[in-house]
Ligand binder design. Sequence first.
Ligand SMILES: *Cc1c(COP(=O)(O)O)cnc(C)c1O
Length: 351
Amino acid sequence: MNFSLQDIIRENIKSLKPYSSARDEYTGEASVFLDANENPFNAPYNRYPDPRQLALKNQLGQIKKISSDHIFLGNGSDEPIDLLFRAFCEPGADNVVAISPTYGMYRVAADINNIAYREVLLEEDFSLNADRILTATDSATKLVFLCSPNNPTGNALNQAEVLKIIRNFNGLVVLDEAYIDFCPEKTLLSNLDQYPNLVILQTLSKAWGLAAIRLGMAFASPEIIAILSKIKYPYNINLLTQEKAAKMLLSEEQKDKWVETILQQKILLANELVKLPIVLKLYPSDANFILVKTTSAKTIYQMLVERQIIVRDRSKVALCGEALRITVGTADENRILINALKEIGEINGNK
Ligand SMILES: *Cc1c(COP(=O)(O)O)cnc(C)c1O
């Protein structure tokens, strides 16, 4: 491998002098703060939040067993995805490579930044072939997007294939682990120091039950983290989010219990789904959702909507013909879904 971070940073980002906020210039303790034109009333919300989110990063670092200089916090995973484009991809010139099908935000961020987006189809069983990804890259490829477990397919990618890409690609490999808490395969977080071109994305939106507060995480070398931090909005994580995240991170056992319950429910749900005549196939899932091949995705989707049950129609997505993506809910929610699907099957003349 011939990876050099300096070689892939855009020139304007390299030479950028970042905005220096009042909270950046003075970081110590004090009793009188008259440096940021804040209103002195309405504490604590009158004060700008910590732009470096140090307390939260230290707490997260303990849970993830990684030092805080390896952590970037963003307004959801969306923010680090966008910042990776802005830091490393020259609009109109560079390209990125991604697996297909996968999470839609990578393409949207590429389109917004005017970066060519090259898709490489997964195999029919949704497995990853490293050589096909590597073949799609060229000297203008700055990022490769992998997602494991993958959305919407639900499967974890083979780790040996993922590592082969990391070892043989001279740009950054962005590995999205949004669903890693649900997955038996382990995170690559502990391998970060071995791979200077690896960026791992995780989020509080799924297992931690905090989609509403918008907290995404990127883990990478301190050099990569410094670049993302330099170009982010100064106060990108608001105080309410920092406080709520800190509080939730004290209850890791709660998160683990939720994950366990969801995984048990997933088995029950899968057992019921396979019995239905309108279900042709369940794809193996390492996440908190199941991709289901049906007799007619569009019709079934509409009939569920009529019953006020919303799943995701993925039938227009590559390799996902007639497939619905179903999130595992509570026992009650899953039962309501199964009963509705039984009814729909009977209406459609399947018994
Ligand atoms: C849900 C999801 C995320 C989470 O995005 P946030 O912006 O952090 O809420 C990230 N990646 C994938 C693949 C997802 O499915």
